[in-house]
Write a protein that binds this ligand. Structure first.
Ligand code: ATP
Ligand code: MG
Length: 180
């Protein structure tokens, strides 16, 4: 499984639709300061279910919608789509290509789509946690987080190992069924 394509529109500094095709292996994004490199990874993090505006380097969620510039008017909708290649069947889905979309309107309304069909946030998160790609998973490591891992307490480190070993999803299911 790998991230095959990223489509960003109206998200942070990306006023007009942008498509990025990616190949398996390592991809590096280079560019001058402030050109939007971190905004690309914020977009990925957002689709993976991030609910904290602070984690996305804003103060409120609306801050992720393109706010306008000298030459362009602000927009009212932010949309990011991740397309994952699932040829190897890593994701528990019959699709060989899985697209996940998150949209946010300035009115505060939000929408989620799985392969083009509207779904609940939970549907996306369930699929992600099964594949080890959830937002709490160490599939995304932000600036400063390596240091955090090294200086973490043993019990925090245990959570990371459980996550890496794929135990976390069973723990989360156990907690959910205990709640019911
Ligand atoms: P560095 O090399 O310094 O880490 P970077 O390439 O990672 O830079 P980003 O942090 O991704 O840059 O982009 C910052 C830019 O995104 C800033 O110019 C900021 O004004 C712009 N930006 C962020 N949110 C919005 C928004 N909602 N609307 C318009 N522009 C935005
Ligand atoms: Mg940056």
């Amino acid at each position: 499984m790998y991230l095959k394509r990223l489509e960003i529109s109206g998200f942070k500094s990306f006023a007009t639709p942008l498509k990025i095709d990616l190949d398996p292996g390592v991809t590096a994004i280079v560019g001058p300061n402030g050109s939007g490199k971190s905004n690309v990874s914020d977009g990925v993090r957002w689709v993976l279910g991030e609910q904290s505006a602070k984690q996305l380097r804003g103060s409120k969620m609306e801050d992720i919608i393109f706010a306008g510039s000298e030459s362009r008017k602000k927009v009212n909708l932010a949309e990011v789509t991740l397309v994952l290649d699932n040829e190897d069947g890593h994701m528990s889905s019959e699709y060989v290509e899985i697209s996940m979309t998150r949209r946010l309107f300035r009115t505060g309304e939000s929408e989620y789509y799985l392969n083009g069909t509207a779904c609940r946030r939970k549907d996306l998160l369930d699929l992600l946690i099964d594949s080890g790609l959830g937002k709490e998973a160490y599939s995304m490591i932000g600036q400063g987080e390596v240091e955090k891992i090294l200086s973490s307490k043993p019990e925090e480190r245990r959570v990371m190992f459980e996550d890496a070993a794929g135990v976390l999803k069973y723990k989360s299911r156990k907690q959910q069924s205990e709640k019911k």
